[in-house]
Design a protein around this ligand. Structure first.
Ligand code: LRH
Length: 485
C-alpha cells in the first residue's frame, strides 16, 4: 500500500493538491499544486469550468511525480450540490451550472406547490437552500435531463474521468435533497416529480471504497505516478468535519470556515423534527454513518467578493487588519439573507442593507470588512444558541477549522460574542479529512476517532478566550432587529 496520500481539494474559490504522509504517529502535509477556481458568467448564466479543473488535477499529479512520488493513493473532494450530466458515451451534455446562478430564484415555492416542505424535510432532512440540486433539476432543461444516461456530482465526474468508474458518493449525493433518510436511497416520489429515473443515477458509494487505479492510458499520456483512487468524503464539508480534532471530555461544535461557514455538530442520527425544519438545520450524510447537523452561514464569500471588487489589491490578512482598526459593531448585516448570495455588487448591497435598517453606512473598505466580521460573529452566536436548543446539548467550545481559522479577528470576535472558548485550526481540515479516509482504508488506523486524535497531535491549535463585550444585551437586541430584515 502506498505511503503517499494525495488530497485533491477543490473549493469554490481555489483548489489544491496536498501530499499527506503519516510518519511517527503524525501527519505532515505539503501543498504540491494550488490553482484558482470560480464560476464565469456567460449569456446571463454562471458556469464552472470542469475541464480546467480536470487539467489542474493532471498538472498537480505531474508535479507530484517531480517531487519523487511514484505511487500514491488519491481522494477528491469539492463543493456540493452541483452536477454533471453525461450521455451514453460518457460525454458531458452541458456546461456545469454554478449553484450561485439565479435560475433557482423563487423555485422553492414552485416545488412546494407539488410537495410540501414538511414532507421533503421528513424524507430527506436537508435544509431549504434555493440552490439545492432538487431545485436546480426542477428548472433544468427537460430535454437535457432526459438525455442524461448518468447524473454525477462534480467529484463523481472527476473520479469518472480518471478511472472510468461511475459512482454517486453519499456525502455529496445527500446535498441533492433527493436521498431518503429511511430507505437510504434516492427518494422515489422526488425523482418522479423531477421526471428522473433511478437508473440515471449511479450506485451510492461510501467513503473509503477503493475505486481502482487511474487509467493506464492517462498515466502514460501525462506521465503520472501510479494512483490508487479511494473514494473520499467527496463533499468538502464532510471532509472538513472529518478533519476536526477530537476534544476529549468537552462538548464542542464546529465551524468549517471557508467560502461558507458551516456551523454544527456531528451526530449518529438525524434530527428532522418540526423545530429543526423551521430553524432550517440540515442533516447531511457524513462518512462512516455520521450526520452533519448544521446550518450554512454566508461565510468568507462576503469578504471574497469585497476583495474581488477591489481588484484583489488587498490580501485577506490586510482586509482583516483594516477591519481590526475600525470601531466594532457599528453596522451589522443579516449575512444569511439571500440578497447576499450573488448580488451584482456586494459592497453596494451591504451599504443598502445598512441604510434600510437605519444604521451607519460603512464608508471605507475597513468599515465594510468590519461589518462583515462583526455580523458573522453575531450570527454564529445566535445559531450556536439555536443549535444547543435543537440538540439539547450545551456547547462549551467552538472549533473553527478551514481557511477562516487563520482570521484572528474573527476568531477572537467569535469567542467574545459567543462567550465560549474558540479553538482555531487546522486550516487544512478539508485536505486532512480527505486524507483521513485514505489512511483509514490503507493503513492500520481504526477509524475516525483515532485519525482525529492524530490530526490534533499533528497541528497547532490556537485558543481564543472570550473577553467582555461592552453593552452586550444592547448589541444582541440590535442584532435581533437587524437579522429580521
Ligand atoms: C462548501 C459547500 C457547502 C455547500 C456549498 C454549496 O464549500 O460545499 O457545504 O452548502 O458549498
Amino acid at each position: 500500500m502506498p505511503s503517499n496520500h494525495i488530497a485533491v481539494d477543490i473549493g469554490a474559490s481555489s483548489g489544491r493538491l496536498v501530499l499527506g504522509k503519516l510518519e511517527d504517529g503524525k501527519i505532515s502535509l505539503e501543498e504540491i499544486h494550488r490553482f484558482s477556481n470560480g464560476f464565469t458568467e456567460r449569456n446571463g448564466s454562471c458556469f464552472w469550468d470542469i475541464d480546467y479543473l480536470f487539467d489542474q488535477i493532471i498538472t498537480g499529479l505531474q508535479k507530484a511525480k517531480t517531487y519523487g512520488v511514484q505511487k500514491c493513493s488519491l481522494g477528491i473532494d469539492t463543493w456540493a450540490v452541483d452536477y454533471v450530466l453525461i450521455d451514453k458515451n460518457g460525454e458531458k451534455i452541458q456546461e456545469v451550472y454554478s449553484y450561485r446562478d439565479n435560475r433557482t430564484e423563487n423555485v422553492m415555492e414552485k416545488v412546494a406547490a407539488h410537495i410540501s416542505p414538511e414532507e421533503v424535510y421528513k424524507k430527506t432532512g436537508i435544509q431549504q437552500l434555493t440552490f439545492n440540486t432538487l431545485y436546480q433539476f426542477y428548472v433544468h432543461d427537460q430535454r437535457e435531463l432526459e438525455k442524461a444516461d448518468k447524473i454525477l456530482m462534480v467529484p463523481d465526474y472527476l473520479y469518472y474521468r480518471l478511472s472510468g468508474r461511475l459512482i454517486n458518493e453519499v456525502t455529496n449525493a445527500s446535498t441533492t435533497q433527493l436521498l431518503n433518510l429511511h430507505t437510504r436511497d434516492y427518494d422515489t416520489d422526488l425523482l418522479k416529480l423531477l421526471h428522473l429515473k433511478r437508473e440515471q443515477f449511479a450506485e451510492l458509494t461510501e467513503p473509503g471504497e477503493v475505486l481502482g487505479f487511474v487509467r493506464e492510458a492517462i498515466v502514460q499520456q501525462y506521465d503520472l505516478p501510479e494512483c490508487l483512487l479511494i473514494c473520499a468524503a467527496t463533499h468538502d464539508t464532510a471532509s472538513s468535519v472529518l478533519g476536526v480534532p477530537v476534544q476529549e471530555g468537552r462538548s464542542s461544535a464546529y465551524i468549517s470556515s471557508g467560502t461558507w461557514s458551516l456551523l454544527g455538530v456531528e451526530l449518529n442520527h438525524p434530527i428532522n423534527n418540526h423545530h429543526a425544519r423551521t430553524a432550517n438545520y440540515t442533516n447531511e450524510w457524513g462518512a462512516f454513518g455520521t450526520y452533519r447537523f448544521l446550518k450554512n452561514v454566508m461565510g468568507m464569500w462576503l469578504i471574497q467578493e469585497v476583495r474581488r471588487l477591489e481588484n484583489d489589491r488587498y490580501s485577506f490578512a490586510e482586509l482583516a487588519e483594516l477591519a481590526a482598526n475600525e470601531e466594532g459593531f457599528r453596522s451589522l448585516i443579516p449575512c444569511n439573507h439571500t440578497r447576499f448570495l450573488n448580488p451584482h455588487n456586494m459592497i453596494e448591497e451591504m451599504r443598502r442593507s445598512c441604510q434600510e435598517s437605519g444604521q451607519h453606512v460603512p464608508a471605507t473598505i475597513g468599515q465594510v470588512a468590519r461589518c462583515i466580521f462583526d455580523s458573522l460573529a453575531l450570527s454564529y452566536y445566535s445559531y450556536l444558541n439555536e443549535l444547543e436548543e435543537l440538540t439539547g446539548t450545551p456547547v462549551d467550545v467552538v472549533q473553527i477549522v478551514g481557511g477562516g481559522s487563520n482570521n484572528e479577528l474573527l476568531c477572537q470576535l467569535t469567542a467574545d460574542v459567543t462567550g465560549r472558548e474558540v479553538l482555531a485550526g487546522p486550516t487544512e481540515s478539508t485536505a486532512l479529512g480527505n486524507i483521513a479516509v485514505q489512511l483509514i482504508r490503507t493503513r492500520d488506523i481504526s477509524g475516525i476517532h483515532e485519525v482525529r486524535k492524530i490530526i490534533g497531535n499533528s497541528f497547532e491549535i490556537k485558543s481564543y478566550l472570550p473577553r467582555e463585550v461592552l453593552n452586550f444585551s444592547e448589541l444582541t437586541n440590535r442584532w435581533n432587529l437587524v437579522s429580521r430584515f
